[in-house]
Design a protein around this ligand. Structure first.
Ligand SMILES: Cc1ncc(C[n+]2csc(CCOP(=O)(O)OP(=O)(O)O)c2C)c(N)n1
Length: 568
């Protein structure tokens, strides 16, 4: 039955009604005069949907991206034309690389000004793609107010279906003020692919023939049920499981079959194990550069291991790797199918799985470092805060401590607890934590940031204060440099420091200026009491940590890297 036409109202209002019908209760953005009719619609429906006005579109788009990651439904962001859209593009790129459902709405110049390079005019179909092969899955312009529901429904389905990702809709100013009786369409329910029964039989045969199987799970599209089913599959077959780069919450890190994260700064023993496996089951992961150790753990295009690749997007299957078996399936359906596979009574790889877990446990231990030990800092936070705490980060070596030492529970225990950009976008962590604190205020959001990383989007501290975030902590690791780049410099051009030193403000004072709690920490022993005071503050808190600039990663120092490079 066709939905009933509604009383005429401006398309800007119809758009907000459509978002409400999609289940959207919060959206993020920076206002612009190009979409006043939408802002008015948001005012009209303010009891059902909240607009969080951010301080920069990069921050807003990151918040919407984090919303997509947290909820599994498209995050929603509104920005103005030209300058707003270009600022927001970092969030679109991140959502693309991270396969996060996101809808970015861009106010567009009026139709009668189009193609004149009118004020702030950009052609978003050219700018965002999909021809850019790395920005939006789909970019379109809604020229007809009456067709708005069709475009919006397609945007939500496109963002969710297959490999999830970002969609951009441009909204000409005059279209938004046109009256329309267009109906509101129902909430998008994405179509989900199932693995074919024959392929499942083949997968079982590969497993039965294996001696050293290894699962790499991750990517987007998992939910609590799917992660629980994945765990039962792993238990039925006693399979060691690693998580793909920055998808560490896909499998419970406290489970005896957990083997660690297959990402940047990988445990060398885990890297060796993935290389030594005779069968790799890649479930939901793209098998990108970061998860494959730059295509060395699995050699491209034909790995030495037998490879089964399960992914929701057909374009990812066979994209790089000639897998022995490829299954196109949503993670929900794949996990259900996998748990139905019966294992033989005797499995050959008990010792292999036990050794994988022992390697993971051993990697949680590291020699003490002074005067401030980041391993102790992260472990102290993880021990003190509840298991459902959301951890966020942007890009930089500081994230290595988080990745190595936090034991993320699977989604079935706490929902998503890791918000981190596989795109390696600096500045992601703080807005992601602000979004988490606003969207799920019952749990803590903890951001670990580098001094470079933090100031890329630090202005969103004001958004957190303005919208009443409470359980929000940012730990800024100040080593006085863009440390990751310095590390690469020391490796490639030892001793020749160029462009990687930073001049920093007093981050604790800066936080206090935003109405946050702020303190400094210089020694390991000062951290736990400072953390207590931060958690008791009853408002967002920032701890400014001074880290010895020679400490480079969880495993090495700049001087060691420099000396090794000079010896080479
Ligand atoms: C938006 C963006 N710009 C530049 C880079 C390149 N980059 C990667 S890590 C890094 C340095 C990060 O510095 P900081 O946040 O201080 O962390 P550290 O590496 O010192 O721990 C840079 C510049 C990036 N990944 N993202």
């Amino acid at each position: 039955m066709n939905p009933q036409p509604l009383r005429p109202r401006p398309a800007g209002h119809a758009l907000v009604e459509a978002l409400v019908a999609q289940g959207v209760t919060t959206c993020f953005g920076v206002p612009g005069e190009s979409y006043l009719a939408v802002l008015d619609g948001l005012h009209e429906h303010r009891d059902r949907i909240r607009f969080v006005a951010c301080r920069q579109e990069g921050g807003a788009a990151f918040m919407a991206e984090a919303q997509g990651k947290l909820s599994g439904r498209p995050g929603v962001c509104f920005v103005t034309r030209g300058p707003g859209a270009t600022n927001a593009s970092i969030g679109v790129h991140t959502a693309f690389q991270d396969s996060t459902p996101l809808v970015l709405f861009v106010g567009q110049v009026a139709s009668d000004q189009r193609d004149r390079e009118a004020f702030q005019e950009v052609d978003y179909r050219q700018f965002f793609g999909p021809g850019t092969l790395g920005m939006a899955k789909w970019a379109a312009q809604v020229d007809s107010a009456d067709r708005l529901p069709e475009y919006l429904a397609r945007a939500f389905h496109t963002a969710l279906q297959g490999r999830p990702g970002p969609v951009v809709l441009a909204l000409p100013e005059d279209m938004l003020t046109t009256l329309t009786s267009a109906p509101v369409l129902p909430k998008a329910r994405p179509a989900q692919a199932w693995p074919a029964p024959g392929a499942l039989r083949d997968l079982r045969a590969l497993l039965v023939a294996a001696e050293r199987p290894f699962v790499i799970a991750g990517g987007s599209g998992w939910d609590a049920e799917a992660c629980a089913a994945l765990q039962r599959f792993a238990e039925n077959w006693q399979l060691p499981v690693g998580c793909g780069f920055r998808f560490q919450d896909t499998f419970d890190n406290r489970h005896p079959l957990y083997a660690g994260d297959v990402g940047i700064g990988i445990n060398p023993k885990l890297a060796a194990r993935v290389r030594d496996a005779d069968l790799v089951l890649a479930l939901g992961v793209r098998l990108g550069e970061m998860t494959t150790g730059a295509y060395t753990l699995l050699e491209a295009p034909r790995p030495r291991q037998k490879l089964v690749h399960v992914h929701a997007g057909p374009e990812e299957l066979g994209r790089v790797y000639a897998a022995d078996l490829m299954l196109q399936s949503s993670m929900a359906n794949a996990a259900k199918a996998l748990e139905s596979l019966t294992a033989p009574p005797e499995l050959r790889w008990g010792a292999w799985a036990a050794a994988a877990q022992a390697d993971y446990e051993a990697n949680l231990v590291a020699p003490a470092v002074g005067p401030l030990d980041m391993a102790v800092v992260v472990k102290t936070i993880a021990a003190r805060l509840p298991v459902d705490t959301v951890y966020t980060n942007g890009a930089g070596n500081f994230s290595g401590w988080l990745h190595r030492y936090v034991r993320y529970p699977g989604l079935q225990h706490a929902g998503r607890t890791q918000l981190a950009p596989t795109s390696g976008a600096m500045g992601y962590g703080l807005p992601a934590a602000v979004a988490a604190a606003l969207l799920e205020p019952h749990r803590w959001a903890v951001n670990i940031a580098g001094d470079g990383d933090f100031l890329m989007t630090g202005q969103e501290c004001a958004t957190a204060t303005g919208y009443g975030a409470k359980k929000l902590l940012s730990v800024v690791v100040d080593n006085g440099s863009y440390g990751t780049i310095r590390m690469h410099q020391e490796r490639e051009y030892p001793g020749r420091v160029s462009g990687s030193d930073l001049f920093n403000p007093d981050f604790a004072a800066l936080a206090r200026a935003y109405g946050w709690f702020g303190e400094h920490v210089e020694r390991t022993s000062e951290f736990a009491p400072a953390l207590e005071r931060a958690l008791e503050a009853g408002r967002p808190a920032l701890l400014h940590l001074k880290l010895d600039s020679d400490v480079s990663t969880t495993r090495t120092t700049l001087s060691a890297i420099r000396e090794a490079a000079r010896r080479r």
